[in-house]
Design a protein around this ligand. Sequence first.
Ligand code: SF4
Length: 434
Amino acid sequence: MALTCIAMASKRQIFVGGVPIGGGAPVVVQTMTKTETANLEATMEQIRTVADAGSDLVRVAVPRDKDVEALKVIVKDSPIPVIADIHFNHTLALKAIEAGAHCIRLNPGNIGGREKVAEVAERATNAGTPMRIGVNSGSLPKHLHELEREEPVEALVTAAVEFVELMEDLSFENFKVSIKSTNVPNTIAANRLLSERIPYPLHLGITEAGTKWSGSLKSSVGLGTLLADGIGDTIRISLSTFHAEEEVKVAWEILKALQIRERGPVLIACPTCGRLQFDMDTVVAEIEERLERYTEPIEVAVLGCAVNGIGEASHADFGITGALNEGLIFAHGKPLRKVPQDDLVDALFEEIEKSFGKGGKVEFDEAESAEGAEWLQRIEDENADDLTPEKLAAMEAEAAGEGEDITAPGETKGRRVELGEDASPTAGRRFTRA
Ligand code: SF4
């Protein structure tokens, strides 16, 4: 697979450590350690874990002097650039810059007034340290509270723009900006608006998104929508888990799903149905876990039955499909070999390893491949009359190709539907056939 990077929207670029953010650079993945920063051993262990998982940057909380002391060591030992997270105490921001932090995160609204922000900006300028500035929905300045009640999105954007103007007024432009809200639609709307008003890189996140399950979904919807629009230069997924690497994995899955960046394997699996003939839940979980060891961007497919042949998985680099006692391993749409059901996963990884040993080339044993193809054909023939989800999808696609339009009026496949002032997503919607 070729490496894909989509250039993002912000015009300005900053560097955190050696990592470019904005100005067309690949979207940067970051996370935050969950340890007490002063606990050097635990913090460094978590930083190494998130770096291994693919985090480009890491943020650490610096709420006390003892955290600054630890920060001095962390910035030297960390394999990735370190951002110091400061709230309320500008002195800590000054000390974090001195400690060598690669970036300072602070909200100008809670640091104690213009003079203190100016002092931090001056010190950051002298040290060449960039900042992340921003606003959170829960802590807007007082003069915007009324606007927040009536127009929360406008209030968030106004606050962010005011902070941007303050920094510009202080002749400090080495920053990225974030607008954080627990509300997904407001986060999307606010970032869309902000990206039109300022040229600086944008940091995307959903505040307190939730547990691994709900938080990942909320973040995928919110951040995915913005990234698909070309908005956002760095992302952090906030999850209620001590394992910061989980945040990194979710961030990568979002980027991989949008084909914005590639890292490691992509697993595709059928949704299963009544034709499933083996314990696919267990098999998929095992494959997913074993794939985590690889950094190569291979695509691996798992099909719950062989009724449809290799079908929609034919583009995958490798795949398996199973029947009652047997299964088939295939590569690039061609059978590799038939194996007993219990050996499917091990045999799949044997083949993957073998191909890595040959620089990614897959070698087919023609006799084994022919035996696999014959087995596959027999299962397809035996089930030729089955209306599987894949066959139904193919029939729908064929019907669409023949001119049957089953999309709603005003809807364009693959694009966001723009609704007029009077329209709601459901009002007046009816499905027609041309
Ligand atoms: S018919 Fe399709 S969805 Fe059902 S088990 Fe087979 S491959 Fe999976």
